[in-house]
Design a protein around this ligand. Structure first.
Ligand code: ATP
Ligand code: MG
Length: 446
């Protein structure tokens, strides 16, 4: 048997009525073996679902039954047999086997349960991620994440964006600060990039006009939270001849498109997770930073510490304000706009008439921040002043500043965390659930 002949179908491709009586070969894992005496059920699992292989003792070849009885759970198997429509079986059919082959036997005991009958701690699951991912809920998360990322690419292609890949090894910090991972770069110190921000902007001067990148960002933040990773995936865009309002419109349309695509393409996976997705309504509500402050100080008594202009909106306030918006509007997604210039990075454009606030925004989900963006400063001298005002040295940014001296169009952009997008969409408890192999303060393997 050649490898090509190992499989004719995925289990999920079999249509019980149409394929009734057909001979097929399935390949996958021995998910479960249930010996009920007169009848034995072998459940074969692949990425698309499960098939029940039924062996009736009186009718079946004794050798075949012996193979199944000796089989260890999670072994790799192939089964060739006849499809029989059976409404009581999972997916509406059973397979009456002619041949069963154990391709590669699994050891025992298994490091963790894959049937979902035994609850495992997140740490145990992540230590054994390859086994954890065999559970249909986990498969569903990553099939949906695939659709999320593909639809973003799709949407941005439709809007004439060029996909780019920029270096993750850099000489200088994007925004200054201490959240950097230093690395040895031959005889020099270098860093893992926190954000493709500076590259994206340089590509505006290069004339690419609209660029995006879906790639890793590295942040040496020490906190251990449900929404922070030390390596995350950023969906970053930058757009020339655009202001903050233009990119907010792009962003809300992108989010709605992604939700629509997931609803259309992933209904089975959503059902596995028990989720009925609400597509957010356009346009998203906008609250200025000062309105948020006002509401927090006057309408949300649970927040005891009064906020003043220039304060960041902390986790508790972010959460309670999210609830406030949801109760008022029924919507989970909204924008907080016009942030104090001092709270935003040096590249955010201040308003001409009120330079203490900037043309910046955060796109929020009820539970957390999903994205930050802004119109950027495109004038060289103003940018140098802004870098200095943040206590940074413009000399370290010469490679970047140079691109502002020889033809830089006005531009704007944003970054969205891919994991937070999936996490909030699927109502996951912990951001680590949305990453195959998460990196956090304690976890460097697998
Ligand atoms: P927060 O304040 O929630 O830590 P941030 O404002 O530092 O986030 P930005 O620099 O604005 O993050 O990055 C843009 C987006 O990238 C964030 O809105 C978030 O979705 C995502 N992101 C940033 N840092 C992380 C991280 N450590 N883990 C997961 N996602 C992140
Ligand atoms: Mg932010």
């Amino acid at each position: 048997m050649t490898l090509k002949e190992l499989r004719t179908h995925f289990t999920g491709e079999i249509i019980p009525d149409a394929d009734n009586g057909k001979t097929v070969t399935l390949a996958g894992w021995a998910h479960e073996i249930r010996d009920l005496g007169g009848i034995t059920f072998l459940v074969l699992r692949d990425r698309t679902g499960r098939a029940q292989v039924t062996l009736v003792k009186k009718k079946i070849d004794a050798e075949l039954l012996e193979i199944v009885k000796r089989m260890s759970r999670e072994s790799i198997i192939t089964v060739t047999g006849t499809v029989k429509a059976e409404p009581k079986a999972p997916n509406g059919f059973e397979l009456l086997p002619e041949t069963i082959t154990v391709v590669n036997e699994a050891g025992s005991p298994l490091p963790m349960d894959t049937t979902g009958k035994v609850d495992a701690e997140l740490d145990t699951r992540l230590d054994n991620r390859f086994m954890d991912l065999r559970r249909e809920e986990q498969t569903a998360v990553f099939v949906i994440r695939d659709t999320v990322q593909k639809s973003i690419r799709d949407f941005l292609e439709q809007n004439k964006f060029v996909e780019t890949t920029t270096s993750k090894i850099v000489a200088a910090a994007t925004e200054g600060g201490t959240d950097l991972f230093p690395i040895n770069y031959f005889d020099r110190e270098a860093f893992l990039n926190q954000s493709p921000q500076l590259f994206k902007q340089m590509l505006m001067s290069a004339g690419l006009d609209r660029v995006y990148e879906i790639g890793p960002i590295f942040r040496a933040e020490e906190h251990d939270t449900r929404k922070h990773l030390n390596e995350a995936t950023s969906i970053d865009i930058e757009m020339s001849f655009a202001d903050h309002e233009d990119v907010m419109e792009l962003l809300e349309n992108m989010i709605v498109y992604v939700y629509e695509q997931v609803v259309e393409k992933c209904h089975k996976n959503l059902a596995v997770l028990g989720i009925e997705l609400q597509i957010p309504k356009l346009p998203f509500n906008k609250y200025t930073y000062e309105q948020v402050l006002d509401i927090i100080n006057n309408e949300i008594p649970e927040i005891e510490d009064k906020m003043v202009f220039g304060d960041d909106i902390g986790t508790q306030a972010e959460h309670l304000f999210g609830e406030y918006v949801f109760n008022k509007t029924g919507e989970s997604h909204y924008f907080i706009i016009d942030w104090p210039t001092e709270t935003k990075p040096f590249y955010a454009m201040p308003y001409e008439d009120r330079p203490e606030i900037s043309k910046s925004f955060d796109m929020m989900h009820r539970m957390m921040e999903l994205s930050s963006g802004a119109q950027r400063i495109h004038q060289h001298d103003m940018l140098v002043e802004s870098i200095e005002a943040k206590g940074l040295n413009p000399d370290g940014f010469e490679f970047y500043l140079k691109t502002f001296r020889f033809g830089m169009p006005p531009h704007a952009g944003f970054g969205v965390g891919a994991e937070r997008l999936v996490m909030t969409m699927l109502n996951l408890d912990n951001i680590r659930e949305a990453v195959l192999f998460p990196r956090d303060r304690k976890r460097l393997s697998p």
